[in-house]
Ligand binder design. Structure first.
Ligand code: ADP
Ligand code: ADP
Length: 225
């Protein structure tokens, strides 16, 4: 089964208001396990709206969406939250770390939220992830003291904490210098190759998109061929 199976997804904002607008016009999308997808498209084309729907942060106005074979459109908010927590990791352009918490503590957050792992296991896993992203010497530093590139690497480690089937990355390299962008890109690449994580990577950078397995293009709320 595909990790993401989307059929005929439409999204309208301001439904029933004079300014109602349909932003996604019937999207079909199938994302396979372990594949690394670049998602491109002009600003305002609907990439963030699409990502929010794939990430179960927002609901489609119409159409079907299955995550790892589970049809989501009829699930209540609580079930969506639970599925999101276990199946999906997020990295945003801005890292959203808790600055006063250490790197390791930030990576533990999703595991604490899921709530079923013993504390030592969480700490062990978080330390392992911090090491994987090359930040072992900084593991106990407050995240707020790290450089922008280091913070984004912590954000990737945090996104992988629950070993999600799907990693959604919305311009995670947009604010970084090219060396840090390369490092962060490499971590996403590693996740897809070594963990079999499906990665959907929104970028405006054609050179990075060219290094993904496939490029998807959103134009005016539809997928371009
Ligand atoms: P959203 O947050 O709705 O996804 P975007 O991040 O796509 O919006 O874009 C925000 C603004 O920044 C837009 O004006 C967009 O053109 C611009 N922008 C963002 N990243 C880049 C980039 N790497 N190159 C060029 N323009 C960019
Ligand atoms: P992108 O990420 O490609 O820049 P977005 O998904 O952010 O595009 O936006 C697509 C279109 O949907 C834009 O015209 C934007 O103004 C509109 N839009 C996004 N979110 C909302 C919202 N909450 N309410 C109304 N319009 C929205």
């Amino acid at each position: 089964v595909p990790v993401v199976a989307m059929r005929g997804v439409r999204k309208s904002f301001n439904v029933g208001e004079p300014n109602e607008t349909e932003v996604l016009h019937g999207i079909d999308l199938s994302l396979q396990r372990g594949e690394f997808y670049a998602l491109m498209g002009p600003s305002g084309s609907g990439k963030s709206t699409l990502l929010n729907i794939v990430g179960l942060l927002d609901r489609p106005s119409a159409g079907q969406l299955a995550i790892c074979g589970e049809e989501t459109t009829r699930l209540d908010d609580r079930s969506l939250t639970r599925l999101r927590g276990h199946a999906i990791g997020f990295v945003f352009q801005y890292h959203h770390l808790i600055g006063a918490f250490s790197a390791v503590e930030n990576v533990m957050m999703p595991m604490l939220a899921a709530g079923h792992l013993p504390r030592e296991e969480m700490a062990r896993r978080a330390a392992g992830l911090i090491e994987q992203v090359g930040l072992a010497p900084w593991r106990d530093q407050p995240a707020g003291r790290l450089s922008g590139g280091q913070q984004q690497r912590v954000a990737v480690a945090r996104a992988l904490a629950m070993d999600p089937a799907l990693l959604l990355a919305d311009e995670p390299t947009g604010n970084l210098d090219s060396k840090s962008a390369d490092l962060v890109f490499g971590l996403l690449r590693d996740a897809s190759r070594e963990r079999g994580t499906t990665v959907l990577f929104v970028t405006h950078n054609p050179a990075l998109a060219a290094r993904c397995d496939r490029t998807l293009q959103v134009v005016d709320g539809s997928m371009a061929a």
